[in-house]
Write a protein that binds this ligand. Structure first.
Ligand code: UD1
Ligand code: CA
Length: 452
């Protein structure tokens, strides 16, 4: 079988985006529009050629992929002209697959069908039937065989009634493509070289055009403005959510679930509404995530409960732990088995031992905490002296009374008890009670001030 070359047209500015970024760099989920197309193109072809124009440096820099053959189209003289810039870089004995940098949801299986059809007939077109075909090139058929494509601006009244339209995506034998591109002219309403004009010429040479008609209008939908971008984002998220549910994930409402990255999970996990998953996230068995959580790059174990409005980033949560509500777990936090991190607690770059509890209103940073520690409400590790960060070590079984400050660097002994309201600045021994408070006194002569 001959090599496949993908040619991705990406020269357009995308004026309607009203953005400083070229259109193909707008993001859908966690990737650029062009990035989505590249994933499919690379999976199916031996070589990818991207035709760029507006904002070329920015596109090349952002995509940052040396395997791509970048082809400049300085002036946009039409889709035929764009393809003609790439064609000289491609060997005759191959199939050229024409894709668009702003059509991000194209599916692998459809492209495979198209390539199969092109292998049989030399050229194959992907079309779709739309309720409203306005703006698109119409597919002209006779006895069900494709005869030509007529652009909206060049179509007569009868042709405008045709609902089958050209998606622009096609696969063509490269030798044929080169031959027919050479014959294109700009004798049309837009004064452009239309790629679509090769179809009629090929038909006139008594060749049959292969045809694939997709039933999924979204896989061939282009993105021209932020409204269409948001529409395709929803489609993408819905498809992804359906996939997850089919693999056994319970989503309370798939239309209120977003994953911009990769989520893996074991059996019986459940995610409530408005949760956002980013980066690489894995969930163990029987783990539940309540409403309104954001979880990015996290490894979460079995039987973990994440309560509402929690934010977790670059962290590990081990089996049986409970997080939230309103907890912030920051990078390099490792939460031990069956540990409990409660409301308004922030944990950063710290290890929390098995069964330890930080239940209310605490900041724990740069800390190594043993097992079965109890941290009272409002305890703060003072890890920063204004210049450097320092470590706190808390031994197994320690009890730190509410509203205490542990001024790092500091070590709290095993089974030590810190009296509530203490500011601890020196290491404390194992098994002892330590406190630092002024004595409680009664100010006998004091009277409440009276309003003047
Ligand atoms: C094109 C097709 C039309 C089809 C429609 C589907 C032609 C002549 N018409 O029309 O049949 O229904 O797509 O959306 O092909 N581009 C370049 N360089 C250029 C011109 C275009 O890179 O010189 C890129 C654009 O950035 C865009 C894509 O090609 O991503 C399509 O170009 P556009 O001018 O929008 O074509 P349409 O008029 O929509
Ligand atoms: Ca278009």
């Amino acid at each position: 079988m001959s090599n496949i070359h993908a040619i991705i047209l990406a020269a357009g500015k995308g004026t309607r985006m009203n953005s400083s970024k070229p259109k193909v760099l707008q993001t859908l989920s966690d990737n650029t529009l062009l990035g989505h197309v590249l994933i499919q193109a690379k999976a199916i072809s031996q070589q990818v050629h991207v035709v760029y124009g507006f904002g070329g440096d920015q596109v090349k820099q952002t995509i940052n992929d040396d395997s791509i053959n970048w082809v400049e189209q300085a002036q946009q003289l039409g889709t035929g002209h764009a393809v003609a810039q790439a064609a000289p870089h491609i060997e005759d004995d191959s199939i050229s697959l024409i894709l668009y940098g702003d059509v991000p949801l194209i599916k692998q299986a459809t492209l495979e069908q198209l390539i199969d059809a092109a292998n049989t007939s030399g050229v194959a077109l992907l079309s779709v039937v739309l309720g409203n075909p306005t703006g698109y090139g119409r597919i002209i058929r006779q006895n069900n065989i494709i005869q030509a494509i007529v652009e909206q601006k060049d179509a007569n009244a009868e042709q405008l009634n045709i609902c089958e339209v050209n998606t622009g995506i096609m696969a063509v034998n490269t030798q044929l493509l080169k031959q027919y591109l050479a014959g294109l002219d700009s004798n049309n309403a837009q004064g452009e070289l239309y790629l679509t004009d090769i179809i009629e010429v090929i038909v006139n040479d008594n060749k049959t055009i292969g045809s694939v008609v997709t039933k999924d209008e979204f896989e061939v939908a282009g993105v021209n403005d932020k409204v269409q971008l948001a529409e395709l984002e929803r489609v993408f998220q819905k498809n992804q959510a359906i996939g997850f549910m089919q693999q056994g994930l319970t989503l309370k409402d798939p239309s209120r679930f977003d994953c911009r990255g990769n989520l893996s999970f074991r059996q019986d996990c459940e995610i409530d509404i408005n949760t956002l998953i980013e980066g690489e996230v894995s969930l163990g068995k029987n783990t539940t995530i309540a409403a309104n959580c954001t979880i990015k790059n996290a490894k979460i174990g079995d039987n973990v409960i994440i309560l509402t409005n929690s934010v977790i980033e670059d962290a590990v949560i081990n089996n049986g732990a409970s997080i939230g509500p309103f907890t912030r777990i920051r990078p390099q936090a490792i939460i031990g088995e069956n540990a409990k991190i409660g409301n308004f607690v922030e944990i950063k770059k710290s290890t929390i031992g098995k069964g330890s509890k930080v239940s209310h209103l605490s900041y724990v940073g740069d800390t190594t905490m043993g097992d079965d520690v109890n941290i009272g409400a409002g305890v703060i590790t003072c890890n920063y002296d204004g210049v450097n960060k320092h470590q706190t070590i808390i031994g197994d079984g320690a009890f730190v009374g509410s509203d205490s400050q542990l001024v790092a660097p500091i070590t709290i002994g095993k089974n030590a008890t810190i009296g509530a309201g203490s500011t601890i600045t020196k290491d404390t021994p194992d098994d002892q009670l330590v406190l630092s408070r002024s004595k409680q006194i009664i100010m006998k002569s004091w009277k409440r001030p009276v309003k003047k």
